[in-house]
Design a protein around this ligand. Sequence first.
Ligand SMILES: C[S@@+](CC[C@H](N)C(=O)[O-])C[C@H]1O[C@@H](n2cnc3c(N)ncnc32)[C@H](O)[C@@H]1O
Length: 469
Amino acid sequence: MNNTLKNTQLSLQISDLSFDGQGIARLGRDVYFVAGALPGEQVTARLKERRKKIWFCELVSIEQPSEQRQSPPCPHYERCGGCDLQHLQDAAQVEFKQARVMRELERKGLTVEQWLPAVTAAAWHYRRRARLGVRFSKDKEKVYIGFREANNVHLAEIDECPVLVEHPALNWQDWSQRLVSLECRARVTQIEMLQAENRLVLVFRVLKQLSSADRALFRQWANELDIDIYCRPDDGELLALSESQPLYHQVMGHQLNIHPDYFVQVNESVNQQMVSQALSWLDLPAGSKVWDLFAGHGNFSVPMAVENQVHAVEVSEEMVAALRSHAQSIAGQSAGAQLIAHKADLSDSDSLKQLPDADFVLLDPPRAGAAETIEAILAQAPKRILYVSCDAATLSRDLVALTQGPYCIRKAGILDMFPNTHHVETMVLLEAVASQDKKQDKKRLSQRGGLKKPPLKSLHRRNRGASRG
Ligand SMILES: C[S@@+](CC[C@H](N)C(=O)[O-])C[C@H]1O[C@@H](n2cnc3c(N)ncnc32)[C@H](O)[C@@H]1O
């Protein structure tokens, strides 16, 4: 088939879901991806575009629906690109994500001794962090606010978003009316939201410095709505426009300071369960020496440091400062409590050379994974390694490298951090196969000449400083 067939309609039997939740059908040697279709469904689809031997199709009608189909509860679902699995029942979404991660690991020849049940929480009103687009139409004298439409750059205008946390100030129609009264209305491009435990914060990205009249309006709105408002002008310096308060969230009973510029796990409830599960799986004997790589502001480091010596490594200057302030507040809480923050770029494979030894390692990298840290981790011969990942492909790649060392995968499980979307978080526990002397392990690795270097391609895909969510 070639592109002359574009817009042709076909009747297709959907047999599977792609990694990003599109229905897959096969006819002869051709493969068709149909967004919005589910396995078991008979559908009519329109051919839109052919890329790498795959036809990407638009769903026209469903002749035979799946039993797992539900009507998408959000009124903006058809256009908005924010959630792509709302048409699949909640339990089936979780099953799909679990099967996908299992398949990815199996494909790489990895064996998991035990798959644990998925960690889940409410499928709605879970998102405490998000970024929305803003566009001003001069013709209509109107400000549009929304998420990018599926598969294009246009904004799907929304009034409310049912995956965001509930707060009276998250009414986007109201914001669209407010923003139109700004002098800089044509220069506002984004709104970021962060719901801390004590306060809602909105950050407006504006492509120019604000006039004093606009600043006064933002201050007035912050007071009216009892929220904090910041502006991020084009030069990137965050500016508080209201009397901003220190923000925090609680993780396992610890109060952690956060800031609109920090990485914060989007789903508060799943995050609590995730940190608790990580501690339980790592099962650290008191006084352990632990590396927490890609530590952020200390989501895992602080709870671990209560009884252990934790070396937290992070690239962002601001989050390293937060780690240092958390270190001060936990010091002295118990005899062993120690958190030491290290600013380092972990895409540099030498960055861990100066770090004191570790018995346990936790790593939670961005989507690009952690290829450049594997050699240094294995050289430590830690007893257990806990890997938290938001990308099954880079996770399985890194697990292949880790299991070249004397490690087996004891446990794995998914965490439904992003319900109604195809995104998934995975936690994996690796354990040293035999409790050999650490020095012997190190010697063996050096005799083997270290690890195979990651392929050049993976080095080029490094995602310096990037974070998800
Ligand atoms: C997925 S987040 C996890 C943060 C933290 N573990 C948490 O749960 O909040 C990944 C973190 O890695 C940091 N990061 C990204 N690239 C990095 C790099 N090359 N070196 C060190 N840290 C990096 C990001 O700034 C971010 O804080």
